[in-house]
Design a protein around this ligand. Structure first.
Ligand code: PMP
Length: 388
């Protein structure tokens, strides 16, 4: 069988392949990207299963609308309007997706022809690179600096006539943990505001801020071609696969709805009812506070251990939230080689390689801190320090 060029050119998830070797019980793994199970409110969700079935019965088990369960869409719109006055979203601006990952795939399906341009952070989110690659686009990688993407490079990329979209993760980015500063957000907005491009702010981690204050979105509330992606994966449960698209561009949203019909008709309606019941009958914000407190403790444990054990030629990001720290070896060491050495010492991370669209010899790595105790973090970083 001759498979399609697009699937043959799309890498299977590098991380999933790595996790096969890092998963064994005696390895201290910073390789995964999973939320800590503390973020699953299991008892409350159990109650919501019964409650939602008692209240709405067969509706949970029937086919439903492609755009998603209206009360959940209303809840999401209001949540964003409360978080950032001026966004003025309504339920009509929301489409529920099967995780925000599906949003990435649907957007690329409705926007990209083969060879169209996609501007993406370098390094960038692997799942987005994978979803976009299926459309065989041309990537324009823009360096992600401590303050956000490099604006001069962004402007150069935007001069390319084939650019259709710009993809960013402005809060606690995956893989770097970096957050765009307020000034950089404004400069990025100035660079894109008159361009005919869709500007995506993918924000699954935004609520998990453990230092500093919420910063306004770059383009949301300001331009029609703004798209914000959100998810309940990191604050309630990834297993229910509930994410969403927020946009005032209803032409785009209508096309996405058509693409979604072809893909899965609608997002799991059983899950949507249960999530909505959970959100409206529990202290969701207190629940998120608990996750934040845990991640803050774990991030601080990792940063303190890095300070103690890492040699001077190694630098690393200091996240204000989210799940990741990004490490750079400034002595020219190779991340893949270090990965193999680290595995011999039973400690794992993800080498930076798959997060770049244009580089293969890299000196960076992603470390996740949300799934280890402070003691394990200290021990793992100590071992890594010796290898580095
Ligand atoms: N975007 C980013 C930046 C992510 O890190 C993730 C999860 N790893 C996703 C999207 C997808 O999340 P989900 O499909 O679970 O909502």
């Amino acid at each position: 069988m001759q498979y399609s060029d697009s699937i043959l050119n799309t890498p299977s998830s590098f991380i999933r392949n790595i996790l096969k070797v890092t998963d064994s019980a005696d390895v201290i793994s910073f390789a995964g990207g999973l939320p800590n199970p503390i973020s699953f409110p299991i008892d409350a969700l159990k109650a919501s299963v019964n409650h939602a079935i008692d209240e709405s019965g067969a509706k949970l088990f029937q086919y439903s609308t492609t755009q998603g369960y209206l009360p959940l869409r209303q809840y999401i719109a209001e949540k964003y309007n409360k978080k950032q006055p001026g966004l003025n979203y309504t339920a009509d601006d929301v489409l529920i997706t099967t995780g925000s990952q599906q949003a990435l795939e649907l957007i690329s399906k409705v926007l990209l022809n083969k060879g169209d341009g996609v501007v993406i952070e370098e390094p960038g989110y692997l799942g987005a690179i994978q979803a976009f690659t299926l459309r065989e686009p041309q990537f324009y990688g823009v360096t992600l600096e401590n303050e956000g993407i490099n604006v001069a490079e962004l402007k150069t990329a935007l001069k390319q006539p084939n650019v259709k979209m710009v993809y960013t993760v402005p809060n606690f980015q995956n893989p770097t943990g970096l957050t765009y500063t307020k000034e950089r957000r404004e400069a990025v907005y100035e660079a894109i505001k008159d361009e005919d491009v869709i500007f995506i702010e993918d924000d699954p981690y935004g609520e998990l801020r453990f230092t500093g204050e919420h910063l306004p979105y770059i383009a949301a509330g300001k331009m029609t071609n703004s798209v914000v992606l959100g998810s309940f994966s990191k604050t309630v449960t990834p297993g229910m696969r509930l994410g969403y698209i927020l946009t005032k561009n209803h032409e785009l949203l209508n096309h996405i709805e058509t693409a979604k019909q072809a893909s899965d008709l609608h997002t799991n309606i059983f899950a949507q009812y249960i999530l909505h019941d959970y959100l409206t009958n529990n202290a969701y914000e207190e629940h998120v506070e608990k996750i934040i407190a845990l991640y803050k403790e774990q991030a601080n444990a990792m940063l303190a251990a890095m300070e103690k054990y890492f040699p001077a030629h190694v630098s690393y990001t200091k996240p204000e939230g989210g799940m990741f720290i990004w490490v750079t070896m400034n002595n020219g060491a190779n991340a893949l080689e270090k990965f193999h050495e680290a595995m011999e010492q039973k400690v794992a991370f993800v080498p930076g390689n798959p997060f770049y669209t244009s580089k293969s010899d890299v000196n960076t790595m992603r470390l996740n801190y949300t799934n280890a105790t402070p003691e394990m973090i200290e021990e793992g970083i100590k071992r890594l320090g010796q290898i580095l």
